[in-house]
Design a binder for this molecule. Structure first.
Ligand SMILES: *[C@@H]1O[C@H](CO)[C@@H](O)[C@H](O)[C@H]1NC(C)=O
Ligand SMILES: *[C@@H]1O[C@H](CO)[C@@H](O)[C@H](O)[C@H]1NC(C)=O
Length: 203
């Protein structure tokens, strides 16, 4: 008994200096959709064209002609990796590009026809968004479940036949006509270790 306690204390002490993912360093994770008996079950959530999709590939870019070119040899080109600090409420993409890239949910704007609730991301070197944007409200809750404003997600088929599903926040999508045939799903956080390289930037 006594030695078990001593051992536990020693293990805690030894573990302390390492930064803990999610608290002092962003937790790096990919997103997996769970909706049993549906085409999106186990689908990965991929960055593509400033938004997120299940059924479209991740699209990245690395400027081979710049100082970054050596980084391009090892940059991730096919995985969408998010970065999240516990308790911050905001979400970024795990990228190397200076300034990073921010993830947001569209707020909706009748004047421009922007629909509310779509999950999108900013381009590199720019904070521009496609209309009013919500940056705050992301959280990881019990059982590695990722939410926005305490709610789960919808995957809505893209208009083009067979080109995947866009990702929408259930808390904001009501009345926004995200599309026919949306599927509610749970977003599972799949934590990645530090050896998984980051993309230079997502496009
Ligand atoms: C998506 O990625 C897969 C695997 O790398 C590849 O076989 C497929 O052609 C890609 N699809 C498109 C549309 O680029
Ligand atoms: C992703 O890219 C890496 C490195 O280019 C490659 O080894 C891996 O097979 C790719 N994975 C998929 C699913 O295409």
């Amino acid at each position: 008994m006594k030695s078990a306690i001593a051992f536990a204390l020693a293990a805690t002490a030894a573990a302390l200096p390492a930064p803990q993912a999610g608290t002092s360093e962003p937790l790096r994770f990919s997103g997996m959709a769970l909706r049993s008996a549906s085409p999106i079950h186990f689908g990965s959530i991929n960055a593509n064209s400033q938004a997120f999709y299940i059924g479209k590939n991740t699209t990245t870019h690395c400027p081979e002609d710049s100082a970054a070119s050596s980084a391009c040899e090892t940059a991730n080109t096919n995985q969408t990796i998010f970065g999240y600090l516990n308790g911050q409420g905001t979400l970024s993409l795990s990228t190397t590009v200076p300034g990073g890239q921010q993830v947001y949910v569209t707020e909706g704007d009748e004047a421009t026809g922007q629909l509310a609730g779509q999950l999108k991301f900013t381009q590199a070197h720019s904070a521009a968004t496609s209309g009013p944007a919500l940056y705050d409200g992301f959280s990881i809750v019990y059982d590695a479940r990722f939410q926005f404003e305490g709610n789960d997600w919808l995957a809505c088929p893209v208009d083009d036949f067979n080109s995947g599903y866009g990702i929408w926040a259930a808390s904001r999508v009501e009345g926004s006509n995200a599309g026919e045939g949306c599927l509610g799903f749970t977003w599972r956080v799949v934590q990645l270790d530090d050896s998984t390289p980051s993309a230079w930037q997502y496009v």
